[in-house]
Design a protein around this ligand. Structure first.
Ligand SMILES: *Cc1c(COP(=O)(O)O)cnc(C)c1O
Length: 491
């Protein structure tokens, strides 16, 4: 279906051109490469956050205009400071931050979160020097980038269980609290299930134990305030909650800005000082970096500010209403179909559902064959394998059409199929190698990809078997297979 199934050739351009090519040829090659990409045509329920042509074009122009601005040195580029502060002020107001609060523009949710964890760690080094092995309480539903932060920064993640609605259990967080905990994390909302954790309870627990509290509003920060403004949904998650010390929010998701724009907000100056990194112990210029990057373009930040100013409160509220009504329609549809089960009633416009006993991955394939792009997700802990849907302004108008197709795809849906016995055997063998500390049975990645029907980095239209295999693998093995897979894509 669609242009995505056309094979991609990586050999059309020379390794290093002997002479410069024409502008036309280069731009045509870019357009050609892009022609196989996921399109913002309203048929994708993942990845795309798009507020329409007018906003997109304004963002493009602002992006180009801000591209040469280098945020490495805001004294040489005063525009870097004024653009960033403009966006910071808008975000602080949305999150109802106190006058002491400050913000930093980052390149994405992952960077905001990694900086929040870095700030918490370095803040604790000063404030609580007796802690030698810092820990953070992390709901099992928190975004994977917190595990990345833990891995990079040497902060141990202690997993907190969730209740039946996939919200963090404050009770379990309390049970797992210890003297070494420097940070408690809550999501507003979690990506997979779209539910907001009990932020007030988690924040008060953190405060009681001298720990910081980060609210990950990467996906919700530019929707929840507008749903509240529209009178549609109100959940406590921002700086008005006592004990919340930092927040992350992605402009490049529901802010509708181009990729490369997120925000980290902190309650006070001391925490931000701990976020900064300075270095004078080398022979070059002394650095002081607010973020992970050194040289950085203000392109995405400038574009984000342009979009915020263009849409304004009224624009975002209108879009939030549209996305919420599409969500309600889909939630009602899923709840009315006995073949499907909604994993949790979402607090905003993204959610997860699964099949009661039909084959989930076959369902995903059937949707793909009808031209929809959904996000099949594997089971982990309390969360079974499911299909995730992210509703945005482009797919919201197609919700009713999608609902009809979804229902049609359930007709004659076979029962869940186990992966073939030989695959399970192969997985067991690979897993065994891991358990023994070895690298596992040798795998030829190229052969593996070919046997799964993955050609030139493009998944086959029917990928149920690939998903069944990955679903059957342990999380550790799944990680390893994915590293292999992506490694092969870039080999
Ligand atoms: C997307 C997301 C992130 C990570 O953001 P990136 O911009 O992809 O790095 C973190 N937390 C939540 C809840 C998210 O949805």
């Amino acid at each position: 279906m669609g242009p995505r199934s056309a094979p991609v050739s990586t050999f059309t351009s020379p390794a290093f051109p002997a002479a410069g090519e024409s502008r036309e040829a280069i731009l045509a090659a870019v357009a050609d490469a892009r022609s196989r990409d996921l399109a913002a045509d309203g048929r994708a329920f993942a990845f795309i956050y798009d507020a329409g042509k007018e906003t997109r074009e304004l963002a493009r122009e602002a992006y180009a205009a801000c591209m040469p601005i280098n945020g490495l040195d805001p004294t040489a580029y005063p525009s870097a400071r004024s653009l960033e502060l403009g966006l910071v002020r808008a975000c602080l107001e949305l999150m109802r931050a106190p006058a002491t609060a400050l913000g930093t523009a980052t390149t994405g949710g992952t960077e905001s979160v990694m900086l929040a964890v870095k700030a918490a760690r370095d803040y604790a080094r000063r404030a609580r020097p007796e802690i030698t092995r810092p820990k953070m309480l992390l709901p099992v539903t928190a975004h994977a980038c917190f595990h990345k932060a833990a891995h990079y920064l040497g902060v141990e993640a202690v997993t907190v269980d969730v209740d039946a609605s996939f919200r963090a259990s404050a009770e379990d967080a309390r049970a797992k609290m210890s003297r070494d905990v420097i940070l408690v994390v809550g999501s507003a909302p979690s990506y997979a299930h779209g539910v907001v954790d009990p932020i007030a309870e988690l924040a008060s627990l953190a405060k009681e134990h001298g720990a910081l509290m980060h609210v990950d509003a990467c996906v919700g920060g530019l929707v929840l305030p507008f749903l509240r403004e529209a009178g549609l949904k109100s959940v406590a998650f921002d700086f008005t909650v006592d004990g919340v010390t930092s927040m992350s929010m992605d402009l490049h998701k529901y802010g509708f800005a181009p990729k490369g724009s997120s925000m980290l907000l902190v309650r006070d100056r001391a925490l931000r000082d701990a976020q900064y990194f300075a270095c004078a112990t080398w022979t070059g210029y002394t650095i002081v970096n607010s973020t992970i990057l050194g040289s950085k373009s203000l392109a995405a930040t400038g574009a984000a500010l342009a979009v915020v100013r263009h849409l304004g409160m009224s624009g975002y509220v209108r879009l939030a209403r549209e996305m919420w009504s599409a969500t309600e329609l889909l939630v009602r549809t899923i709840e009315s179909l006995p073949e499907l089960r909604l994993l949790a009633r979402p607090d905003m416009n993204l959610f997860a559902f699964t099949t009661t006993d039909g084959d989930l991955f076959e369902l995903a394939d059937r949707l793909t064959l009808r031209g929809w792009h959904v996000q099949p997700t594997y089971g982990y802990g309390p969360s079974p394998a499911h299909i995730h849907l992210t509703i945005d302004p482009t797919n919201a108008p197609k919700a009713a059409e999608f609902a009809r197709d979804l229902e049609a795809c359930l007709e004659g849906l076979p029962r869940r199929e186990a992966p073939p016995a030989e695959v399970v055997g192969m997985l067991a063998l690979l897993g065994q190698g891991d358990a023994e500390g070895g690298s596992g049975a040798p795998l030829d990645p190229a052969m593996l990809m070919a046997s799964l029907g993955i050609a030139d980095g493009v998944l086959p239209e029917r990928s149920a078997m690939i998903h069944r295999i990955l679903e059957a693998a342990s999380p550790e093995l799944r990680q390893k297979l994915m590293v292999l897979f992506v490694g092969e894509l870039f080999a």
